[in-house]
Ligand binder design. Structure first.
Ligand SMILES: Cc1ncc(C[n+]2csc(CCOP(=O)(O)OP(=O)(O)O)c2C)c(N)n1
Length: 248
């Protein structure tokens, strides 16, 4: 019988601890597959956030460091500039990146640091119990916006578009994790972003639209439907910058 799938060796045989239906686990899986395909496991240091993303350290069989809240791009900058032979990537939630860490991501992107950032946009502060994030949709409920976000709390922040105003980043793409087809596209984008670092091309930013069934108070299936109907409508998928395409 032909073997058509095996679990990546870069995934430890451990429990991730995620809530049922949470897509952080899917990201851990595709990141592990990309690391295995590129043969960079022994060189990799994952720079993880404060938030549910930090839990991927329990399954990802690479070195990892958990940065202070929002500071992953600053920690990744220090690591990459001093240990240039290492493969560094940052992984951040939307509370971590677009709220407390907004300055760090903007300046790392503006400097064109040679590492990719994976930005997991689930529209909410997951780990702390569902507070509103900068990316929460208008009308979307949160513990700090009981009747749904209104413009009084500002509008959802579009990080790909904001980072696209900077000159230095070489690759910016927004993907979604709501379907197998979109997950495959996300894996391709992550692989390209990782390759950009290996080839010394500079800063890549991959936004991954995700879910939080627990804090959205929805079943996993309903949360995927919500993503398709509302999240993707607010945050259009696609490539926002690809300087590497011009070079190739
Ligand atoms: C300096 C600091 N402020 C606040 C917190 C509390 N805190 C922990 S995780 C988190 C937000 C996480 O949300 P997000 O980044 O969207 O990630 P998610 O858990 O949804 O994946 C906050 C505010 C903290 N740990 N440190």
């Amino acid at each position: 019988m032909e073997k058509i799938y095996s679990r990546s060796d870069v995934l430890l045989d451990a429990n991730m601890g995620y809530c049922p239906g949470c897509l952080h686990g899917v990201i851990a899986k595709i990141v592990a597959e990309v690391i295995e395909e590129l043969g960079i496991r022994d060189d990799t240091i994952a720079v993880l956030p404060i938030g549910c993303g930090a839990l991927i350290s329990s399954v990802l069989d690479t070195d990892a460091i958990i940065a202070l809240h929002g500071r992953a791009p600053a920690v990744a900058t220090g690591l990459k500039r001093t240990a240039t032979e290492k493969f560094i990537f940052a992984y951040q939630g939307d509370g971590d990146l677009a709220s407390i860490g907004l300055a760090e991501i903007m300046h790392a992107a503006n400097r064109g640091e040679n590492f990719p950032v994976l930005f997991v946009n689930n529209g909410i502060f997951g780990m702390t119990g569902g507070q509103m994030a900068p990316t929460t949709l208008i009308g979307q409920k949160a513990t700090t916006a009981k009747s749904g976000r209104t413009p009084l709390e500002g509008y959802p922040m579009h990080m790909c578009e904001i980072i696209s105003t900077l000159k230095a980043p070489v690759y910016i793409e927004r993907c979604s994790l709501d379907s197998p087809q979109h997950i495959l596209a996300a894996k391709k984008a992550i692989k390209k972003a990782f390759m950009n670092e290996i080839e010394g091309k500079g800063f890549s930013f991959i936004e991954l639209l995700s879910n939080c069934p627990t804090n959205w108070s929805m079943s996993p299936q309903k949360s995927l439907e919500y993503m398709r109907e509302h999240t993707i409508a607010e945050f259009p998928l696609g490539v926002y910058r690809d300087e590497t395409a011009k070079e190739d």
